[in-house]
Design a protein around this ligand. Structure first.
Ligand code: URA
Length: 245
């Protein structure tokens, strides 16, 4: 792999920026200064440093984003801004969101170029728990125990029966507004909104708080993201180890 590609894949900067760093003699390969961005590097054997700090090559990149409202969960779109447009790091070309959140849904979104892992997390038979905080509005009532029971039993929608879901009433507000927390183990299109609609409620705010063993970092404001930590990567690997391929 070319040295400039290696460095930009590792998130050091854009190819243009990285070339500049190289010509400024800030980069070494196995202790020798390299001034040619086209120098070949073997990620398994060579030690690449910039300003004396080792730059490790990772084939796979894993990001956690707090998705804001108003952007779509896609890699490109002719009309709307996508979650990838929010990322200002140089990232691998094949980075993609794991699953989808609606345009108006906020919260935890994982992105990776590890297609096998994404597939394991999303496979319908994997049943990964996803927890959402939802504010819902009722015509003439709050969410109550009858709804909790119905969610638990498995709601009948027009085209499928939902798996049992956990519905927690967090707080009842004026005007038949209820704050809730819902955990589902599947991820059909508009599922949470459709589940509440089946009980006569409209979801006015939806935020994903967790997916499998990963919880949204409260330090991430909407529209920001960070790499997953080694611990978080380990948790996902453990969680998906025995899942269907
Ligand atoms: N359920 C929904 O209705 N929308 C989402 O974005 C995610 C789950």
């Amino acid at each position: 792999m070319r040295l400039d590609k290696y460095l930009s894949h590792c998130g050091v900067g854009t190819r243009k920026k990285v070339k500049k760093h190289i010509t400024q003699k800030r980069v070494t390969i196995n202790g020798n200064t390299s001034i040619d961005p086209g120098t070949q590097v073997d990620p398994d054997r060579d030690v690449v440093c910039m300003d004396g700090r080792e730059i490790h090559y990772e084939q796979y990149v894993y990001l956690m984003m707090n998705k804001p409202s108003g952007v779509i969960t896609a890699t490109e779109d002719v009309k709307d801004r996508t979650v990838l447009d929010l990322i200002d790091l140089p990232v691998p070309k094949d980075l993609a969101p794991v699953g989808r959140l609606d345009k108006d849904t906020v919260g935890l979104l994982l992105l990776t170029n590890d297609g096998a892992l994404a597939h394991r997390l999303l496979a319908p038979r994997s049943h990964v728990d996803k927890t959402y905080f939802a504010i819902v509005s009722g015509e003439d009532r709050h969410v109550d125990e009858t709804d909790v029971k119905a969610f638990k039993k498995g709601l009948e929608l027009s085209d499928f029966t939902c798996m049992p879901a956990e519905l927690l009433i967090v707080e009842k507000k004026p005007d038949h507004i209820t704050e809730t927390r819902v955990t589902i183990r599947e991820g059909k299109f508009h599922q949470i909104k459709r589940m509440f609609a089946a009980r006569g409620f409209t979801v006015t705010y939806l935020k994903r708080e967790s997916m499998g063993p990963i919880t949204l970092d409260p330090a991430l404001s909407e529209g920001t993201y960070r790499m997953l930590t080694e611990d978080e990567k380990g948790l996902i690997a453990q969680d998906t180890e025995n899942m269907v391929e």
